[in-house]
Design a protein around this ligand. Structure first.
Ligand code: MG
Length: 267
C-alpha cells in the first residue's frame, strides 16, 4: 500500500494511492482514496476519492527528527576518501529541511557545492525505545525516498555536518510511504538510483548497506526514542555530484517510487 499526504481544496489529508501505471508512475486513472485519519493507527478510508491530477502531494510525513547515516555504502565511503567506519556515523537533519515531491531545492548563498544523495528512508510507525533488531519490523510503517542534499564544501570546512546538511529544502521526501516491503528482512534488496536531468548519477542496491535497517533500528532506538513519522535515512551509494540552478533531480527506490525536485538558487 502506498500512503501519500496531500492537499486539495485547502485541506490536508492522507490517502492511499490507487491505480498507478505498470511502471509505478501515476496515470490518468490514478486516484487517492482518502483516509479518515493519520496512517499510524487503524487505517479507515472515507469513501472519498480524489483524482491524482487534482491533488498536490506533500512530504508524506512530518518527522520530529530525521536521523541520517553517513558512509553506509562502501563505494560511497571510498569516493569520499575513506572506508565504512566500524560504528555508523549518525547525524541529524532538522525537520525544517523537509520538502515534498516537486518542491524546489534552494541552493544557499553560503555554499558553492550542493550535492544530491539518493537514499532509502525508513518511516517509523510507532514509538520505539530499545527495540531489538528482531522486533524492528513492528515499529516500521514503511519506506520512502529521500534526497540527503548536502553542501559538500561546508561539510568539509565545518567538520561538523549540522550546517551542511541542515539548510531549508535539504531533505526532499516522498512521493509516498510504501508499506508492503519488509525492510527489516536483510533479503529485501532494493535498487537506489539518482538521475539529474535524465542522466544516471547514482545506482546502488540496499543489499550493499553496511548497517542494515533492523540493526539501525536497534542501534538508534537505544540512543533516542523514535516517534511515529520519524525518518531514518540509510545512506547513499556512490555517484554523488553537484546540483545547479535549473537542474531536475530524481531519486528513486525500487518498489517504492520516484522523488523529483527542481533546483533553484536561494535569493
Ligand atoms: Mg546521506
Amino acid at each position: 500500500m502506498k500512503i501519500a499526504r496531500y492537499t486539495v481544496g485547502g485541506q490536508v489529508g492522507y490517502g492511499v494511492v490507487e491505480e498507478l501505471g505498470p511502471d509505478g508512475e501515476p496515470t490518468d486513472q490514478t486516484y487517492l482514496a482518502a483516509l479518515a485519519s493519520h496512517p499510524f493507527g487503524e487505517l479507515a478510508t472515507t469513501g472519498i476519492r480524489h483524482p491524482y491530477a487534482d491533488v498536490r502531494l506533500l512530504a508524506p510525513v512530518l518527522p520530529s527528527k530525521i536521523i541520517a547515516i553517513g558512509k553506509n555504502y562502501a563505494d560511497h565511503a571510498a569516493e569520499m576518501g575513506g572506508e565504512v567506519p566500524a560504528q555508523p556515523i549518525v547525524f541529524l537533519k532538522p525537520s525544517t529541511a523537509v520538502v515534498g515531491p516537486r518542491d524546489r531545492i534552494a541552493r544557499p548563498r553560503q555554499s558553492s557545492r550542493v550535492e544530491h544523495e539518493a537514499e532509502l528512508a525508513v518511516v517509523i510507525g510507532a514509538l520505539a525505545t530499545d527495540v531489538p533488531a528482531e522486533r524492528a519490523g513492528s515499529v516500521i510503517l514503511g519506506a520512502t525516498v529521500a534526497n540527503d542534499v548536502t553542501a559538500r564544501d561546508l561539510q568539509r570546512s565545518d567538520g561538523q555536518w549540522g550546517r551542511a546538511k541542515g539548510f531549508d529544502t535539504f531533505c526532499p521526501v516522498g512521493p509516498w510511504v510504501e508499506t508492503g516491503l519488509d525492510l527489516a528482512d536483510p533479503a529485501t534488496d532494493l535498487e537506489v538510483t539518482c538521475t539529474v536531468n535524465g542522466e544516471v548519477r547514482q545506482s546502488g542496491r540496499t543489499s550493499d548497506l553496511t548497517f542494515g535497517v533492523a540493526w539501525l533500528v536497534e542501534y538508534l532506538s537505544s540512543v533516542m526514542t523514535l516517534l511515529p513519522g520519524d525518518l531514518i535515512l540509510t545512506g547513499t551509494p556512490a555517484g554523488v555530484g553537484p546540483l545547479v540552478a535549473g537542474d531536475t533531480v530524481s531519486c528513486a527506490v525500487e518498489g517504492v517510487g520516484r522523488l523529483t525536485n527542481g533546483v533553484v538558487d536561494r535569493g
